[in-house]
Design a protein around this ligand. Structure first.
Ligand SMILES: C[S@@+](CC[C@H](N)C(=O)[O-])C[C@H]1O[C@@H](n2cnc3c(N)ncnc32)[C@H](O)[C@@H]1O
Length: 259
């Protein structure tokens, strides 16, 4: 194993630490990490990219400050949701998020469509009892995690952002308990943030025939250390030819419907 000598003391300026990281990137990228699943390789990812559009997007920054205490999603992924929602103006259909927790990511998406003057409903789905459907294709999650959110948390955030009338909250396991009432809906965007292989699979199978061409599914936690099941599911999507799936190194995967 390569060794890196780091001459760090407590006074090291942050810029020097950033440069140390940059200068040792290729060595870091060779460090293997165990995913707990044989067919899901993990490595330290140390990319060359430094362009950060989220830093100067004032509309986004304003919203980010308002939702950050209601979300587990980081600013890179939130900015991607914000940006993609802005690019879906011409695709018809509603929006669905499965895995809403306290509402941060879902209300941010709803806010972007409202800002663009697009009249649609954003369906926000959660058990409000924590994660379900974890199984042998997952490692960290065992079911019941993130059970600390309520419908009221989401309603209050939506009220404060003035998007209460453009969201609808569906409480229960999706698709088992709550999909029935959306049977005849069409969608332009689906955000999947459920942490498990089986959950991601069932939501994708349900939404696919209801997703309009040009629409997208975004998977949170693809590549995350705690969610190898999501990475494994996304990897399987690459076999399909009616969709275009990209693994974005921020921890998102995006599947666009092309045919
Ligand atoms: C990581 S949290 C979601 C984070 C949220 N998107 C945010 O902005 O912070 C995962 C959520 O998925 C929910 N969940 C997992 N599987 C589900 C399913 N099949 N149906 C409904 N909710 C589910 C859990 O209850 C949990 O609140």
């Amino acid at each position: 194993m390569d060794k890196v000598s780091l001459n760090i003391n407590m006074e090291l300026p942050i810029v020097e630490l950033a440069n140390l990281y940059r200068n040792n990137r290729s060595k870091l990228a060779r460090v293997g990490l165990d995913s707990g699943l044989e067919d899901v390789p993990h490595r330290v990812i140390a990319t060359n990219a430094v362009f950060a559009p989220w830093a100067c997007d004032t509309g986004f920054r304003d919203l980010f400050e308002k939702v950050r205490s209601n979300t587990l999603v980081d600013q890179y992924c939130l900015h991607e949701l914000w940006s993609l929602a802005g690019q879906l103006a011409n695709v018809p259909g509603d929006v669905i998020e499965v895995g809403t927790w306290k509402g941060g990511s879902g209300c941010l998406i709803a806010s972007r469509f409202r800002r663009e003057g697009i009249n649609l409903t954003t369906y926000l789905c959660d058990t409000f009892n924590g994660v379900v459907k974890a199984g042998e294709k997952d490692t960290f999650y065992k079911n019941g995690e993130h059970a600390d959110s309520t419908v009221e948390d989401v309603e209050n955030l939506a009220e404060s952002l003035d998007v209460r009338s453009s969201i609808k909250i569906l409480k229960g396991v999706f698709p088992d308990d709550t999909a029935r009432e959306l049977e005849n809906h069409k969608f332009r965007l689906c955000h999947v943030d459920v942490d498990t292989y089986q959950g991601s699979k069932e939501i994708t199978e349900w939404v696919w025939p209801r997703l309009n061409i040009g629409g997208a599914i975004i998977y949170d936690d693809c590549g995350s250390r705690n969610c190898p099941g999501v990475s494994r599911f996304v990897q399987e999507q690459i076999d399909h030819t009616d969709r275009f799936t990209i693994y974005n190194l921020n921890g998102h995967a995006i599947t666009m419907k092309t045919g």
